[in-house]
Design a binder for this molecule. Structure first.
Ligand code: GDP
Ligand code: GDP
Length: 436
């Protein structure tokens, strides 16, 4: 499903990040431990009256050493390109500044709806001051207080009224996947190479956002949707090379995918940014395949080359031990034919449901082989296990005390599940609940 997208723009210090954090709130994460992975706070999901939407804080996109006005300009342009609706944030504290005027000028040229909000209206007396902001030319200004959480409801009502109407997209049971990775690993080459190989279904599905270019193709009787954010194909803008923007693109692609293909570059090896990108996919609970591209560039390969590279990946991405690895070349098309079948398998595994009776047989065997630990004189007891969700497969174990189910025993149980059932390519979530 394509979420409607809201972008917040405005000069520095008006409170964009504060509003952004207010809207997305604190997301509760039940994923397996992933050391060192924290989300950049520039892209998130919000919910208003039971409806989800995507949210971008353009202020969080780091433009490096660009001059001040040029940064504001670029951030506004990103908002125009990415969003369905733009929230133009100003502040009552400083009134209308030159920088606000600059942002307004760029937004005039956009054919996207703009909702004007005035932040830092912390008390009712200040409400009288927001009328000046009509002069910016975006209609009614909505007063907000990010610190006190006042006014967001009315502003979000206006945002939702301006979102494109949903409901036209037909039912779709294709498997959605995307290539993610840092710049230059070969994502767009892979996209083009695959589309050259497979039978592309030409009818374009109207999405709710215009910038998403999705391509459907059929392979082995299964329909696939390759998710391609506009950035991969439309080239040549300065900001596309900024790391945070690339990260935001990746996060948006991940959110829309069933299976994420994390692309590495065989020629350059594994970099810090690769780990970040892979971490996001893991955190999101998507199916993952690690694709090592440019395999053709390694000359003098022998029997061990692939094995060594594989080991290197396992060492560097320990939390992705479930992800299959494939070595390809977009240039020579080596092994590209295998990808659709692999994606299909991972998607099936993500959707696998295990009956409780079968599950508990496995649990009993596991407990017999490796008895539960005793911690501070207290023995962990596991009574029962049941699967509560798919995508990713999520299991609840009922125990005497959830605090006694430490990471290593959790790990052990997950491994037992993996050994018994095919969960290749999918993370598994395990939640402990106490049963008195
Ligand atoms: P950004 O640069 O636009 O992302 O702005 P920030 O969210 O970082 O906020 C800039 C400053 O304004 C911070 O010191 C915030 O605490 C403060 N601030 C944000 N919202 C409000 C508000 O509603 N009222 C007041 N008084 N201060 C606010
Ligand atoms: P992206 O930034 O991840 O989309 O990467 P591109 O698809 O633009 O590729 C970056 C560069 O790597 C281009 O010059 C491609 O021609 C080259 N490239 C991509 N895939 C391969 C490959 O499999 N083998 C070789 N030798 N070069 C490749």
């Amino acid at each position: 499903m394509v979420l409607p997208t809201l972008a917040i723009v405005g000069r520095p210090n008006v409170g964009k990040s504060t509003i952004f954090n207010r809207i997305i709130g604190e997301r509760i994460s039940i994923v397996e431990d992933t050391p060192g992975v924290t989300r950049d706070r520039i892209y998130g999901k919000g919910e208003w009256l039971g409806k989800e939407f995507a949210l971008i804080d353009t202020g969080g996109i780091d433009m490096g050493d660009e001059p001040f006005l040029s940064q504001i300009t670029q951030q506004a342009e990103i908002a125009i390109e990415e969003a369905d609706v733009i929230m133009f944030l100003t502040s009552v504290e400083a009134g209308i500044t030159d920088a606000d005027e600059k942002v307004a000028q760029i937004l005039y040229r956009a054919d996207k709806p703009v909702v004007l909000a005035v932040n830092k209206v912390d008390n009712p007396e200040r409400r009288n001051e927001i009328y000046d902001f009509y002069s910016l030319g975006f209609g009614e200004p909505y007063p907000l207080s990010g610190t006190h959480g006042i006014g967001l409801g009315d502003a979000l009502d206006a945002v939702f009224a301006a979102f494109p109407q949903e409901g036209q997209a037909p039912e779709d049971d294709s498997i959605k996947f995307s290539f993610i990775g840092r710049p230059n690993v070969g994502k767009s080459s892979l996209v083009n190479a695959i589309l050259g190989e497979e039978r592309v279904i030409v009818s374009e599905i109207e999405g709710t956002t215009r910038d998403a270019i999705d391509t459907k193709f059929q392979s082995a009787g299964q329909e696939f949707t390759m998710i391609d954010t506009a950035g991969i194909r439309k080239r040549g803008k300065v900001y596309e090379n900024t790391e945070k923007y690339a990260v935001m693109r990746a996060l948006r692609a991940i959110d829309r995918s069933d299976v994420v293909l994390v692309v590495l570059n065989a020629e350059e090896g594994i970099r810090e940014q690769d780990k970040k990108v892979a971490g996001y996919a893991h955190e999101a609970g998507r199916g993952i395949i690690i694709v090592v591209n440019k395999w053709d560039t390694l000359t003098n390969k022998d029997n061990h080359t692939m094995q060594e590279f594989q080991q290197h990946i396992r060492d560097e991405f320990q939390y992705l031990d479930y992800a299959p690895i494939v070595f390809v070349s977009a240039k020579t098309k080596q092994r590209l034919k295998n990808l659709p079948a692999m994606i299909m398998t991972v998607s099936e595994n993500q959707n696998r449901r295990i009956q409780s009776a079968v599950l508990n047989d496995v649990l009993m065997d596991a407990l017999a082989v490796t008895p539960t630990p005793t911690i501070n004189g207290k023995r962990l007891r596991i009574y029962y296990m049941t699967q509560v969700a798919v995508k990713p497969p999520t299991f609840v174990v009922f125990v005497n005390d959830p605090d006694l189910l430490h990471f290593s025993y959790q790990r052990f149980l997950i491994n037992q599940l993996r050994q018994t059932f095919d969960f290749d390519g999918t993370p598994i979530h395990l939640i402990a609940r106490s049963r008195k």
